[in-house]
Design a protein around this ligand. Structure first.
Ligand code: XMP
Length: 509
């Protein structure tokens, strides 16, 4: 990818946010660990140094090799980056005496294109415990705040800028504009990263890479695998073989409906109903991790059986997205890969001997949705709530039986359809029902009942890492609870989960 920005990660919790902001400017960027700078950096038009939990003083200094970068590429150093440039180029960094967390307001010392159109007093966000006492050689101070004298500086004769605050966080009101000033006005990076350009470029790359080879892909009904499938379909048409496995733990009628939808999209999909195989393998298991492992193992077996039926298949396609693969550095400074495991496909088992193709590996979730929209994919499919790979198995607490699956599917359908008809579905990040392993006493008609309790869960989140419960209207909850108890045989009590993550998690298992 030409016209690219390199973000060097020093382990800040905000590094991914820098990438998000840059992408929002329609500029492509990649995050690399500070100590694994790509050998060929000719494609990068500008470089950004991230913040870090480490200090430039003492033992845990993270030293990037800036030889090919400093004074050769436009460089923006943020927080730790700014301190690093100061400390090791003739300036001084020391612990701060005053509190330097939270909001501060810029006061300009020098006019510079870097702060073009930004007003005096603009709010920025600080988060650091060291401070830059004196600037490096050839530096010119550009801005201060009340507590931080050296809040922004540039190096004369270079396109090197440094800021103590975090432009990437939402609370830095003009942060995105400051990044734009640097990337577009100073570094002259073109703003040509759009979903359409991504589709064109990816399809043409996939054509070259895959030629006439056959590719197999496991569809899950979710956004990522569906968008990956559409890109591959555009590139190689009938050579893409999609497999959609029913593990018997999907939502009510989902297998049938999603299969129909995929066929409508022109995809070559084989639906494999392996419900019995999964439910038999799960019989008697009640430990969540054991259930997950069983489902992962059976999925691979089923998928492998099906892939073996396709003659001469060479590639396995996966819907892996950027947050799954970003390598970062740990807070202690040691380079470590923080890679989220890909639950749905469970990774490539060695025995399959297939090469892997991952067309969405560079995208964030909302970009995947935008790419899907630019290929005219169905809005309802693109807006679907995340659904865990093990499906209802981890929402049926304890052991799983066909009857429990039936009950939970019915409850879930009432809840989800209710959210849709009340116009609440798109306002919620994820929702579902949980079947609890307890019976409670109730009274229906004049009869005593002793039946199941279900919990409803609806959360707001951006990435599933943290989440808060949604304040659904009481009236909606009341209607939903009545509908569930009246329609679903076997349930006599409904509760609503009001726990945030942390300390709880989204799923109960
Ligand atoms: P937790 O429960 O960890 O969930 O707060 C965070 C997000 O991950 C989903 N999740 C899973 N997805 N396989 C998956 O594919 C799993 O085993 C799994 N466990 C949790 C969960 O639905 C939520 O979106």
């Amino acid at each position: 990818m030409q016209n690219n920005v390199l973000i060097l990660d020093f382990g800040s919790q905000y590094t991914q946010l820098i990438a998000r902001r840059v992408r929002e400017l329609n500029i492509y960027c990649e995050i690399h660990p500070y100590n694994k700078i790509p050998a060929d950096i000719s494609k990068f038009k500008a470089v950004i140094l991230s913040g870090s939990p480490n200090s430039v003083r003492g033992e845990n200094v993270l030293h990037p090799d800036l030889n090919g970068i400093r004074n050769k590429k436009p460089l923006l150093a943020v927080c730790y980056g700014a301190q690093y440039l100061a400390h090791f180029s003739g300036g001084e960094v020391a612990p701060s005496n005053t509190r330097e967390y939270g909001r501060a307001n810029l006061s300009f010392v020098e006019n510079d294109v870097f702060f073009d159109t930004i007003s005096e007093g603009s709010q920025v966000w600080m988060s650091h415990s060291d401070t830059i006492k004196s600037l490096p050689t050839n530096a010119k101070l550009l801005a201060s705040t009340h507590d931080v004298k050296n809040a922004a500086y540039k190096i004369e004769g270079e396109q090197t800028y440094a800021i103590q605050f975090h432009p990437e966080v939402y609370h830095s009101t003009d942060g995105k504009k400051i990044l734009e000033n640097f990337l577009v006005n100073i570094a002259k990076v073109e703003q040509n990263w759009t979903p359409d350009s991504f589709v064109d470029e990816t399809v043409s790359k996939l054509k070259t890479k895959l030629g006439n080879d056959k590719v197999v892909l496991g569809l899950s009904g979710g956004v990522d695998s569906s968008v990956a499938a559409m890109l591959l379909h555009k590139a190689i048409g009938a050579n893409l073989y999609c497999i959609f496995v029913n593990n018997g733990l999907l939502r009510k009628d989902e297998f049938k409906n999603v299969l129909k939808q995929y066929e409508g999209m022109g995809l070559n999909v084989k639906g494999v109903d392996a419900s019995d195989r999964f439910l038999n393998a799960l019989a008697g298991q009640s430990d969540p991790e054991e259930k997950r492992k069983t489902i992962g193992r059976v999925f691979i077996e089923v998928f492998d059986d099906e892939a073996n039926l396709i003659e001469n298949v060479k590639w396995l396609a996966q819907g892996t997205i950027y947050p799954d693969v970003i390598e970062s550095v740990s807070a202690t400074g040691g380079p470590s890969a923080t890679i989220k495991s890909h639950h749905n496909v469970g990774g490539l088992p060695d025995f399959m001997k297939l090469k892997v193709v991952e067309p969405l590996k560079a995208l964030f979730k909302d970009e995947v949705r935008r790419v899907g929209a630019s290929m005219n994919m169905d809005k309802a499919l693109l807006g679907r709530h995340p659904f865990p790979g093990p499906g209802l198995a981890i929402r049926i607490l304890g052991d799983i039986t066909a009857e429990k699956v039936r009950i939970l599917q019915d409850v879930d359908a009432v809840f989800i359809n209710g959210l849709k008809s009340a116009g609440l579905y798109d306002k919620v990040w994820q929702a579902g029902a949980i079947l609890l392993p307890v019976n409670s006493v109730g009274v229906m008609g004049d009869e005593r009942t002793y039946e199941k309790v279900v919990a409803l869960r609806a959360v707001e989140s951006t990435d599933g890492m943290t989440a808060d419960w949604v304040n659904l209207p009481y009236e909606f909850l009341q209607k939903t609870s009545n509908a569930i108890i009246n329609k679903v045989k076997g349930v006599n009590r409904v509760v609503y989960d009001i726990s945030s993550k942390p300390p709880a998690t989204i799923e109960w298992e």
